[in-house]
Structure formats: structure tokens, C-alpha cells
Design a protein around this ligand. Structure first.
Ligand code: C2E
Ligand code: CA
Ligand code: CA
Ligand code: CA
Length: 270
């Protein structure tokens, strides 16, 4: 029995070792990626559901590692632990604001902000000066935050959101419905937009979930907030959005994240 215990510890340590070297490998890869320009952004359309017209995009980062696109779920956590997210995040911000300057002024782009970025005291100056440099109106930039941004250092983070709003940026609460304190954020945060998570959207006949979604939509609209339903994959789900009076939606039904050229024909101009 003693022997077993020892080999289990050994096994555990090997796992830890493996996870650690894997993390280091990604971290070093990310450093090189920044230097070599291996990141790119894919854009997913956000639609006005009732007439299928485009209102904006969400920018989603990819890492082009020797021709393979690494999804963010693999490397964003490492980028956050190693603080590289600060530099990567700034690259995303510049890239998106540059992109906005080439799009129709009627369109917006949403970007995902890590909690760490929100705590960076120079974030707002950076956003403001990039918008100025590219001549982009601040209301065309939506900053998406998840609940994890508000779990600690509450006042700092609340102040940052308030300042972003004062400066004219839009702020969205992302993945709404997945956390434990979504409602308190609705009450306290000066956000402009709520993105309802795909897990709140029924994929089959699910009366209970549908009622819950209906209630959420009514609540968000009563607060006069913009609303995006995420993860719309089928015509039935699109119909449900229309039926609920949910105005904006995003998902594979409308289009997957793609390079901007896929959605915007550059030759036709903005
Ligand atoms: P998210 O912000 O919730 O982004 C939505 C995710 O859902 C994207 O995954 C998108 O490709 C996927 N998706 C879109 N439509 C559908 C659909 O109809 N069905 C389903 N099942 N999924 C759909 P992606 O691109 O792999 O991004 C994953 C997460 O990585 C994002 O979740 C976001 O939290 C994070 N992320 C992406 N880009 C950035 C970035 O530039 N900075 C930071 N900090 N995080 C990012
Ligand atoms: Ca998002
Ligand atoms: Ca989301
Ligand atoms: Ca998510």
C-alpha cells in the first residue's frame, strides 16, 4: 500500500511537471508571436435579427502558429498568468481601432478585455489616444467584460467602467447568465450592453429555459440596455430571438468568425 501511495505521488508530480513545461512552452511561444506578428483577429458579425442587417462585429483573437490557428481558450489563460495579456491586449486594441477607421461609421466592433487590462491605469489613455490617432468615434468601440473582472478589487474596477463610459466608450457584460452574480452587476455597473450567453438559448424545446430567457430579455430591455443574444445557430433560434423582441444576435447561423475581408469587400470601400 505504501508503494502505491508513492507511485501516485510520482504520477502526480509528473503531471504537474508536464503542465508546467507545457505552460512555459506556450508562454515562450507567445513572446515570439508578439515579436513575429503571429496573432490575427477574426471578426464575427453581430446582426439586427428582424431584417438580417449587420450592426457590428466581435473581434476574436487567433494565434497563427506555423499555419495552424490556435484558439484563444488555449493561450489566453497563459497570457493572463504571465502578464503577456497586457501587450497582446494592446495589439488587439490598436488593430481593431485601425480596422474601425476603414469600416462604415455605422458599424461597431466589440473586443474582449481581460480583468488585468481593466486594472491597468493607462488603459483609458491608450484607448483615447488610439481613437484620436485613427479618427474613430469612441462609441464605435464596445469593451466586453466578463463577471470574473468584478470578483475582486471591486471599487477599482467599477471606477474604471464608469470612466470608460464617461469617455464615451461602450461597455458590455459578456457571457451573461453563466455567473453567480449577474443580477447584482446589472444593478451596479454602468454598462451599455448585455450579451446573453449561448447556454441561455434553448437548442431544443425547453420551455423552462425559454421562460428564463424571456424574463432576462424583458429585464434588460426595461433597464434600457442594448442586448445581444449569443450562439444563435439555427433558424428556430433566430425566430425565438425575434419572438422575444431581442434585437441583436450573433452566432454561427449568421456567420462564423472570419478574417475581415471575408465579410467586407475592400474594393467597394466603406
Ligand atoms: P467569448 O467572448 O464568449 O466569444 C464567443 C465564442 O463563441 C467565440 O469562441 C466564438 O467563436 C464562439 N461562437 C460564436 N458563435 C457561436 C455559436 O453559434 N455556437 C457556439 N457554440 N460557439 C459560437 P473563440 O473565438 O474560440 O473565443 C473563446 C473565448 O476567448 C472568447 O469567448 C473570449 O472570452 C476569449 N477571447 C477571444 N479573443 C480574445 C481577446 O482578444 N482578448 C481576450 N482577453 N480574450 C479573448
Ligand atoms: Ca466576448
Ligand atoms: Ca460571450
Ligand atoms: Ca465565453
Amino acid at each position: 500500500a505504501k508503494q502505491d501511495g508513492k507511485s501516485q505521488v510520482c504520477f502526480f508530480e509528473k503531471d504537474m511537471q508536464k503542465a508546467f513545461t507545457n505552460r512555459l512552452r506556450i508562454e515562450n511561444g507567445l513572446r515570439n508571436a508578439l515579436i513575429n506578428g503571429e496573432f490575427c483577429l477574426h471578426y464575427q458579425p453581430i446582426m439586427l435579427v428582424e431584417n438580417n442587417s449587420l450592426v457590428g462585429f466581435e473581434a476574436l483573437i487567433r494565434w497563427n502558429q506555423d499555419g495552424t490557428l490556435v484558439p484563444p481558450d488555449i493561450f489566453i489563460p497563459v497570457a493572463q498568468e504571465s502578464n503577456l495579456i497586457m501587450e497582446i491586449g494592446r495589439w488587439v486594441i490598436s488593430e481593431v481601432i485601425h480596422q474601425l477607421s476603414q469600416l462604415s461609421p455605422a458599424l461597431y466592433i466589440a473586443i474582449n478585455l481581460s480583468p488585468l487590462q481593466l486594472r491597468d491605469p493607462s488603459l483609458i489613455d491608450f484607448l483615447v489616444s488610439e481613437c484620436q490617432a485613427y479618427g474613430v468615434s469612441r462609441h464605435r468601440l464596445v469593451l466586453e467584460l466578463t463577471e470574473t473582472a468584478f470578483t475582486d478589487q471591486r471599487t477599482d474596477v467599477y471606477d474604471a467602467v464608469a470612466q470608460l463610459r464617461k469617455d464615451g466608450f461602450k461597455v458590455a457584460l459578456d457571457d451573461f447568465g453563466t455567473g453567480f452574480s449577474s443580477l447584482s452587476h446589472l444593478r451596479n455597473l454602468p454598462i451599455t450592453t448585455v450579451k446573453i450567453d449561448k447556454s441561455m438559448l434553448p437548442s431544443a424545446n425547453n420551455h423552462r429555459l425559454e421562460l428564463l430567457l424571456r424574463g432576462l430579455v424583458q429585464m434588460i430591455q426595461a433597464l434600457d440596455l442594448d442586448l445581444v443574444v449569443e450562439g444563435v445557430e439555427t433558424e428556430i433560434q433566430r425566430q425565438l430571438c425575434i419572438d422575444l423582441g431581442a434585437v441583436n444576435a450573433q452566432g454561427l447561423f449568421f456567420g462564423k468568425p472570419e478574417s475581415i475581408d471575408y465579410y467586407i469587400c475592400k474594393n467597394e470601400g466603406p
